[in-house]
Write a protein that binds this ligand. Structure first.
Ligand code: ATP
Length: 784
């Protein structure tokens, strides 16, 4: 938008003055008159406020004039400068939040969203005394360490089902259990326990005469654990270290990780020094298998594929196939049961290479991964014991359950109201919780995370308690210091070192308007690895009320302690994503809540199609959400003054977006990426998430943009957003989605460009979406 393009818009919305007043029937005439006047008053107030705001925009906005705008609004005075006709820009539109919204189809059920009885936890440690870590067959040293040092009193159901077999047999296993049920320890404990047994006297001699009396880090690589992301690798390595460092434990065992994000040279040096249990991402491991001579896998006894469904979704099938091929070729272990029977081996360790596949869901792609990695495997589930993995097909519904104690709810909220709705929900959550709440909000793409991070970190309280954009506030104290509106030099603050950012991390900032000590974090695949690591560390360990805005990069496997609530601001791309996202709360028997935003229309079908199938889901009343969020003390509830408060907040965001080109660009990018991401819902769910049903104009408002979709130029795309229309540009998504339409949005894998893993991702996407994958598209599309 050019400098002179600061809108003069006298369009005050279609309904402002002409809104029909409903007829009141029944009751006393005095009450009817009172009700009528209240409605008229509200309509008038809204119209005047909108007109006033539009007039204020006729003044070329600088930071100081933002103050003028606010004064005008508060004092109700007249604008000092008359609008000039050339300042009028068609296409920009300040619509009311509360009118012109589509109707919600499903019946309202009242505000039960946060109430209701929670069920008994389904992923908790067993409280019935039916099993202890010792009775599962773990060594007393390890069992004691778990209870006394790690505070784990009893195994979970999946641990009870799996550990005895994994300790006593050499069978492959497919381990399936819901999120937060302790799958990591389920596979790590048997491995550590069996390797530990090597430390025990008396010294023995292996088949080939090698002395095994004293075990060291050079004794060989025993186990390889593959996980889809760097964060997960790091998390698994941490759990592994806490197991090994037990009193009288196997201190000689050296765990290590190679997952990219650091120089290959240092990874090679670590491998050369000797590692006994290796945690790796597939791309990086394959690279080392092909290029690092010191990596000896000839005696690797275990290969674990953690988060199997995610490994497949990220396109690692081919990479994993290659890894397994190399392991097979280099292995000096017996190749089959007959050979194994006559092989002396090392007491305690498996006589053949054992493969384990772990997943919270059971999908066709996980079964395919099982086909390439497992042989005659046990299928181990938490509830009903286990059976042969090949024995009968497992229904997808079986592997699609959320933890029973998790309280799911949803709110059907029109596109225009989404941003204020999120603010209302967050305000409510931070007011409501006595202790320090931890909340994760999921967005569909990196740009949207960046934009919302900016919105929520820039709104500070001024002395009168009014929330102002940060630059507007600073303009009140010093015009000199304020950013020049629309100046090219202005960069989004995310790119500048934020003064308030704790630990000098620009992805963490204080959010005092939500809570005096609240910290807001952001996480997505486009952030540099050190920032991602330090952000996750802060969110996991802070004792302050804490918020994490993220993409699906945080949806899988991450074990972030004590997360109270998950908000799916943008719906998940598949029902598996849904299960994994909400699985970041209600872990290991703890309570948890999950709230999902849905648009009126086809999206409402998601409730029956998915939400209710993986547990129960209660609809929250949208009015109640706003009332609770904006209906603070002094706000007249009967006159629905919370609507005015919400409008005020929305307008402040819009002004802030308008006043700074860099913010406007960010908003437009976020809007464009959001629409592109919307087109990538899985095929089976496209009926519910149909981009043709999206109202691009209303959606733009939720990004603080007033331009009509046809006038929105998405930075970097070279094209405008959504065709010529102001509103619903059905059929023009291709225009709205300049470069990434149809691209898969999940780019949160660990691999660097050029790594075989990323190649595999590219190939998969190419096949899946029949499109040309350009180098660098990942960053252009910027979703992940
Ligand atoms: N026996 C136990 N008692 C108490 N807590 C446990 C027990 N076993 C594991 N936990 C804890 O449960 C949490 C979840 O464990 P883990 O991350 O292994 O779950 P998961 O099943 O892999 O979940 P996801 O599918 O989401 O990856 C961790 O904090 C872990 O320390």
């Amino acid at each position: 938008m050019a400098d002179d393009g600061m809108v003069v818009n006298f369009d005050i919305g279609p309904d402002a003055f002409t809104a029909t007043i409903p007829k009141f029937k029944g009751g006393r005439w005095k009450d009817r008159l009172k009700a009528k006047r209240a409605v008229e008053h509200r309509a008038r107030k809204r119209a005047i406020e909108t007109a006033e705001f539009n007039i204020a925009q006729t003044i070329p906005i600088t930071a100081s004039e933002t103050t003028t705008t606010l004064k005008l609004k508060r004092g109700g005075g007249k604008p000092k400068q008359k609008p000039t006709p050339q300042a009028v820009k068609t296409g920009e539109f300040v619509s009311s939040l509360w009118t012109g919204n589509p109707e919600v189809k499903s019946a309202a059920t009242g505000d039960k969203g946060e109430g209701g009885e929670a069920n008994e936890p389904s992923n908790a440690p067993l409280a019935d005394g039916s099993a202890t870590f010792t009775t599962l067959g773990l060594s007393p040293i390890l069992a004691n360490h778990l209870t006394t040092k790690l505070g784990l009193e009893a195994p979970t159901a999946i641990q009870r089902s799996a550990i005895p077999d994994l300790i006593s047999t050499d069978s492959d296993a497919f381990i399936q259990a819901e999120t937060g049920s302790g799958k990591t320890l389920t596979y790590l404990l048997p491995i550590v326990n069996r390797i530990m047994s090597l430390s025990a006297p008396p010294p023995s001699t292996s088949q080939d005469g090698e002395s095994v009396a004293k075990r060291t880090r050079h004794s060989g690589l025993y186990a390889i654990i593959l996980a889809p992301t760097r964060e997960l690798c790091r998390q698994i390595s941490t759990v592994l270290s806490t197991l090994i460092h037990c009193k009288n434990g196997p201190h000689w065992i050296v765990p290590g990780a190679v997952s990219g994000g650091e120089k290959k040279k240092s990874e090679k040096a670590r491998l050369r020094k000797g590692i006994n249990i290796l945690v790796a991402t597939p791309g990086r491991l394959l690279d080392h298998l092909q290029n690092t001579e010191s990596l000896d896998v000839s005696r690797a006894r275990w290969v674990v594929l953690d988060e199997g469904d995610r490994l497949m979704e990220l396109g690692f099938e081919e990479t994993i196939g290659s890894i397994l091929g190399i392991l097979e070729k280099k292995s000096k272990l017996p190749k089959n049961v007959e050979e194994a029977a006559g092989w002396k081996g090392e007491a305690g360790l498996p006589r053949r290479r054992v493969s384990m596949l772990c997943s919270a869901t059971m999908k066709a792609n996980v079964q395919r991964l099982g086909d390439i990695s497992l042989k005659e495997a046990l299928y181990i589930k938490a509830e009903k014991g286990h059976e042969e993995a090949g024995g009968g097909s497992k229904s997808e519904e079986e592997g699609f359950q959320a933890p029973a104690q998790l309280k799911q709810s949803y709110v059907v909220i029109p596109a225009k109201l989404r941003l204020v709705g999120l603010n209302a929900l967050l305000k409510r959550a931070f007011i409501r919780q006595a202790a320090s709440p931890k909340i994760i909000v999921f967005f569909s793409c990196s740009d949207s995370v960046d934009f919302h991070f900016q919105v929520f970190s820039h709104l500070l309280e001024d002395d009168s308690g009014t929330k102002l954009p940060k630059h507007a506030k600073s303009s009140q104290s010093s015009e000199k210091d304020s950013p020049k509106p629309h100046s090219k030099e202005t960069k989004p603050d995310a790119e500048k070192p934020a003064k308030q950012a704790p630990q000098n991390n620009p992805a963490i900032i204080k959010a005092p308007h939500l809570h005096p000590t609240a910290l807001l974090h952001k996480l997505h695949g486009s952030l540099p690895q050190p920032i991602r690591t330090s952000t996750l560390h802060s969110f996991a360990h802070t004792t302050s009320p804490s918020l994490l805005f993220c993409t699906d990069v945080a949806a899988r496997g991450l074990d972030l302690p004590n997360v109270d609530q998950i908000i799916q601001f943008d719906p998940p791309f598949s029902r598996d994503d849904h299960l994994h996202r909400i699985g970041r709360t209600a872990r290991a028997g703890r309570a948890g809540r999950a709230m999902m935003f849905l648009l009126p229309g086809p999206e409402e079908g998601y409730v029956d199609a998915v939400l209710k199938k993986c547990g129960s889901a209660i609809r929250a009343n949208v009015d109640e959400v706003f009332k609770k969020g904006f209906g603070e003390e002094g706000v007249n509830q009967k006159k629905r003054e919370w609507e005015d408060k919400a409008t005020e907040w929305q307008l402040e965001v819009e002004r802030w977006v308008l006043a700074d080109k860099s913010v406007m660009d960010l908003a437009k990018k976020a809007w464009g990426s959001h629409i592109r991401a919307y087109t990538t819902h899985v095929a089976g769910e496209k009926g519910m998430f149909n981009h043709k049903a999206l109202h691009y104009g209303h959606l733009a408002k939720s990004f603080g943009i007033r331009d009509a979709p046809g006038d929105i130029r998405v930075p970097g795309s070279g094209r405008s957003g959504g065709g010529k229309g102001r509103g619903n540009t059905a059929g023009s998504a291709a225009t709205a989605a300049p470069a990434g339409v149809g691209a898969k949005r999940s780019l949160d894998s660990e691999d660097q460009p050029g790594d075989p893993g990323l190649e595999a991702v590219r190939k998969m996407r190419k096949v899946a979406f029949g499109m040309q994958m350009k180098k660098g598209m990942a960053s252009e599309f910027n979703i992940g």
